[in-house]
Design a protein around this ligand. Structure first.
Ligand code: DGT
Ligand code: MG
Length: 382
């Protein structure tokens, strides 16, 4: 980053894609309190309110850092209610509503359910309304037996290979059975090892591919909940042909090698984004459960690994889209739409009025196209 970039990012914009948001922030306690309320709104399906809290968190991260006693009334982009909560926190060191939520058994059950891959807020509420409260009750409901057989994997893999279909119930069963492993975070070194092995196998499926580890890893998180690998082909002239169908081929190969144990979701590229109900983009992807080869020196832990496939011309938009954070991505889309008349998502940038497509050749070019100062990945932790 050059000095002009740094200066530009100090300006406090309404959009967090125009601000520098570091991973470590000194307002961790305030952020945690606000995050309880944000999660509660999310779990209850109160999307708009959830967004105000997400924005308040993103602003708190940067604002209170530079001034120990901020003039709260001047906090930009926060409504009255949010300002009063921040004031309450500054006075008392906590937020009563957050404390109350944390102690609520409904919040606790919904959080436990939502932590299982495949259980969104809607399903979590439905399960709660059926009278389920604990993870053990959830296990009984889904008839989960300890350990998931390879048969489960194979049938899911085959059904996903056969058609684009999200077999949510089976995914939930797998995620539930493996929840002790999947709830453990992944250190950076292991993230890198997983990517190395994936790329080694990919090399034998299709030569000339390249990848970037995106997600929280790229934003500098010391521990990740999953591994997000964005893959493309280096040959721009033939690249999209080479990438088509690669998702299934690679997953099959990784499964044969004993590295991919389960497939929770898989989709090929969707031309018109019609199937964007579960995912934000139209890229081919496989959400898998991965395990490193046996090594007597360490315990084998199942890990969530997402493999995302992009044609070369949309590789950098895919990398930006999958680097996150979620809030940063949300504002990128909003900024593109409101300020630039463009549509941004991981699968490409297009002009709204005539659908003209843009193909950036680097990550910096993605920012340039969107008329934004470049924000390094480690400052995208909004
Ligand atoms: P974590 O929890 O340690 O894995 O943290 P992140 O930030 O890696 O979170 P993750 O893996 O859920 O998502 C990585 C980023 O990719 C996230 O910041 C936003 C984006 N993302 C997640 N899911 C989707 C999706 O379905 N489509 C697209 N385009 N982006 C996604
Ligand atoms: Mg991730």
């Amino acid at each position: 980053m050059n000095a002009a970039d740094v200066a530009a990012l100090k300006h406090i914009s309404r959009f967090c894609c125009q601000r520098a948001s570091p991973l470590i922030c000194p307002n961790q306690t305030l952020v945690k309190e606000l995050d309880v309320i944000r999660r509660s709104r999310f779990l209850e399906g109160e999307e708009r309110s959830m967004l105000s809290y997400a924005r308040a968190i993103a602003v708190s991260v940067i604002l209170l850092r530079s001034s120990p006693e901020p003039d709260i009334a001047k906090l930009p982009f926060l409504g009255e209610k949010l300002v009063s909560l921040v004031e309450e926190f500054v006075k008392t060191g906590e937020i009563a509503e957050a404390q109350k939520k944390s102690a609520s058994s409904r919040f606790s059950s919904l959080s436990i359910f939502n932590a299982i891959h495949g259980i969104g807020p809607h399903t979590a509420r439905r399960l709660y309304s059926l009278g389920l409260r604990t993870i053990e009750e959830l296990e009984r409901y889904y008839e989960v037996t300890p350990g998931v057989t390879d048969e489960d994997t194979l049938s899911l893999l085959e059904s996903n290979l056969a058609k684009d279909e999200v077999t949510t119930e089976k995914s939930i069963k797998i995620a539930l059975a493996l929840r002790h492993d999947l709830s453990q975070t992944i250190p950076r070194q292991e993230v890198e090892e997983i990517c190395r092995l994936v790329m080694q196998e990919l090399q034998s499926v299709e030569e000339g591919c390249t990848s970037v580890i995106a997600g929280g890893y790229r934003r500098g998180k010391p521990q990740s909940n999953d591994v997000d690998i964005v893959i493309t082909h280096t040959d721009w002239s033939l690249g999209s042909q080479k990438v088509n169908g690669l998702c299934k081929k690679l997953v099959r190969r990784l499964h044969e090698r004993g590295l991919v144990k389960h497939v929770l979701y898989m989709s090929e590229f969707h031309q018109h984004n019609v199937l964007r109900t579960h995912h934000w983009d139209s890229l081919a992807k496989a959400l898998t459960v991965f395990v490193l080869p046996h090594d007597p020196a360490r315990e084998r832990v199942y890990r969530r690994v997402d493999l995302i496939f992009a044609a070369p011309e949309v590789f950098w938009t895919a990398v930006v889209g999958w680097t996150g954070s979620t809030m940063f991505e949300r504002d990128l889309r909003l900024w593109a739409k409101q300020e630039k008349g463009l549509k941004f998502d991981s699968s490409g940038i297009s002009r709204r009025h005539d659908s003209k497509l843009f193909f950036p050749k680097s990550e910096r070019e993605v920012f340039e196209l969107l008329g934004l100062t470049y924000v390094p990945p480690t400052l995208r932790n909004a």
